[in-house]
Each structure stands twice: as structure tokens, then as C-alpha cells.
Design a protein around this ligand. Structure first.
Ligand code: GLN
Length: 305
């Protein structure tokens, strides 16, 4: 495994030059674009890593996976999916177009920004602080890391420039999809996107999903099996946004990316993989990270298809 991870980094490093760090969140544009790291955690909790696996980055859209699971645990599947759909969009992650052109303003799925903001409005708690603490507590369990917190600078940077997300949220409030105060939902959304992790943390989260919700370290059931399976299905169909189809062909693993440069992948029954490379391709997915996953998937014959 170690040799494969080292070779995956060597193979993928040149591809970081094909991407650029996210610039629409000013704080993310300051990050060193050449970083590249990978980590694997198997079903016994054994881990391997290579490259910049200890460097931290913000979860961004990877947090949508955790928020969805928590919202379903809080409200049940039926209620959550009365507010958000189950279909891939083929549009960019922050697109607004389908909210108005579809019959209802219900966002198409929970992995795009509109869907994730709607999901956030369903998380239980007394105010933003309580909801965020619950969500971070859950992420800490999934990543088996009690130190996880959010990055204040990235949060402030996105909160002061997140006009598109504000538009999505306001539109959904008008249409009756979002319950509660728009600014409070957005504060929770921007803060959860700024949760800081490293490749090992998200590899652990991938391993929990790979084990249908069971921690590979403690054996504790962190997510009911049905919910773990449901989010893995969303990761296959929508996890890489409008690149999900090509990614399914080339890698074939339930995965979720974020514009911080991370991708979490779950190999059912076998392992979790976390990659980090902040240089993004035109769809907002880690350019080097996708290559790492392609390499490992081919080398170990991991595609689920
Ligand atoms: N915080 C980011 C946003 O809302 C998350 C998007 C992403 O990671 N694709 O734009």
C-alpha cells in the first residue's frame, strides 16, 4: 500500500499544474497550489499516507455529507427529502437556474450548494452555535479527531463574499423551502464549509462510510447503515457535481469533493481514502486529487462497477 500511495503522488503531482486554487473565496486563493497528499484507512483502522497528508484544509463541500447524515438522523428521511431532491443536476455546484425553472423550487440534491443550504436549515439545535457544535461534534467522531474546529479566516472570507449562496438561500426562503432565518442558515453553512481537516481525517471518515457507518477504530456505530448507504449513493451520483459521470467511469468510487481541495472516497467494505490538492479543475474538483484516485483505483482494482 505504501508503495502505491508514494507512486500515486509521483504520478499526480504534475497534474496540480493543470489547476488553480479557488479564487471566489479570497482566503482560499492564498493557499499553496502545489500541495498534494493522500491517506488510506482500512477496516481495521490501519492507516497509510504519503505527501502532504498532515497539511490542513477546509472541508468545504465535503461537509455536506456530514450535514446530510445529521439532518436525516434529526428529522427522518421522509421529511428531509420533502425539502431536497435526489437527482443529479449536470450544472455547476453553485448554480441557481434549476431553482426557478423546475416545477418546485426544491433543490435537486443535497450535494449542491442550494441543497446543502436547505439541509442545514433542518439541523436541530438552539441557534447557530448549538447547531454548529452538534455538526462539528459529529465530524470529530467521523474523523476520529477531537481537535477539529473551523477556520475563522476562511469563514469570514466566504461570509463577506458569498453573494451567490445568499441569493440561493433567499430564493429558497421565498419559495418556502428554507425554514427559519436566512442569515442564520448561511452562518451555519459558511462555518461548516470552513471546518478544518487533513487527508488522514477524511480518510477515516471515508472508512466509516466504507464500513456502513461503523468506526474502524472503536467499532461504534456512528451512522445507521441505511443512512450510510444513502449518502454513498449520493456521492456516486452527485458527489463530484457535473463531473460525477466521468469520475464514475474513471474511478468508480463514492466520493465527495470540496473547493478546499479535498476529496473523500469510500471503498465499500475495504477502506476510506482521503486526498488533498488545492489546485482545482474547471468543475471545482481537485485536479491532482482526481489523478491520485484514478491511479489507486486502477492499481488496486477498486471500482465498484
Ligand atoms: N463553501 C463553498 C461554496 O459554497 C463550497 C463549495 C464547494 O466546495 N464546491 O461555494
Amino acid at each position: 500500500m505504501q508503495n502505491i500511495l508514494d507512486a500515486a503522488i509521483g504520478f499526480s503531482l504534475p497534474h496540480t499544474l493543470e489547476g488553480k486554487t479557488a479564487s471566489y473565496i479570497p482566503e482560499l486563493s492564498k493557499v499553496d497550489a502545489r500541495q498534494l497528499g493522500v491517506a488510506v484507512v482500512d477496516m481495521d483502522g490501519k492507516s497509510w499516507s504519503s505527501g502532504d497528508c498532515h497539511n490542513v484544509f477546509t472541508m468545504q463541500s465535503i461537509s455536506k455529507v456530514a450535514a446530510l447524515m445529521l439532518a436525516i438522523m434529526d428529522n427522518g428521511e421522509q421529511y428531509v427529502f420533502s425539502k431536497v431532491g435526489m437527482e443529479p443536476t449536470g450544472d455547476p455546484f453553485n448554480s441557481i437556474i434549476k431553482l426557478e425553472t423546475m416545477k418546485t423550487a426544491k433543490p435537486l440534491n443535497p450535494m449542491i450548494n442550494a441543497g446543502a443550504i436547505a439541509v442545514d436549515s433542518l439541523i436541530s439545535g438552539e441557534g447557530v452555535e448549538d447547531k454548529l457544535n452538534r455538526l462539528i461534534g459529529f465530524v470529530r467522531k467521523l474523523c476520529h479527531n477531537d481537535k477539529i474546529w473551523f477556520n475563522q479566516d476562511v469563514y469570514t472570507s466566504e461570509s463577506t463574499t458569498g453573494f451567490r449562496n445568499r441569493a440561493l438561500a433567499n430564493f429558497m426562503k421565498d419559495a418556502g423551502i428554507i425554514e427559519g432565518e436566512v442569515e442564520a442558515v448561511l452562518e451555519l453553512y459558511f462555518k461548516q464549509c470552513s471546518i478544518e481537516v487533513n487527508a488522514l481525517d477524511i480518510a477515516m471518515m471515508g472508512a466509516v462510510l466504507a464500513g456502513d457507518g461503523k468506526s474502524p477504530i472503536t467499532g461504534e456505530v456512528l451512522i445507521p447503515k441505511g443512512i450510510a448507504r444513502l449518502v454513498k449513493t449520493f456521492m456516486v451520483t452527485c458527489g463530484m457535481y457535473d463531473a460525477s459521470g466521468e469520475f464514475a467511469v474513471r474511478v468508480g468510487l463514492p466520493s465527495k469533493s470540496g473547493v478546499g481541495g479535498g476529496i473523500v472516497a469510500a471503498v465499500p467494505g475495504q477502506m476510506g481514502i482521503g486526498v488533498f490538492g488545492p489546485a482545482l479543475d474547471s468543475k471545482g474538483n481537485s485536479a491532482g486529487g482526481i489523478k491520485i484516485l484514478e491511479y489507486i483505483s486502477k492499481e488496486l482494482d477498486l471500482s465498484i462497477f
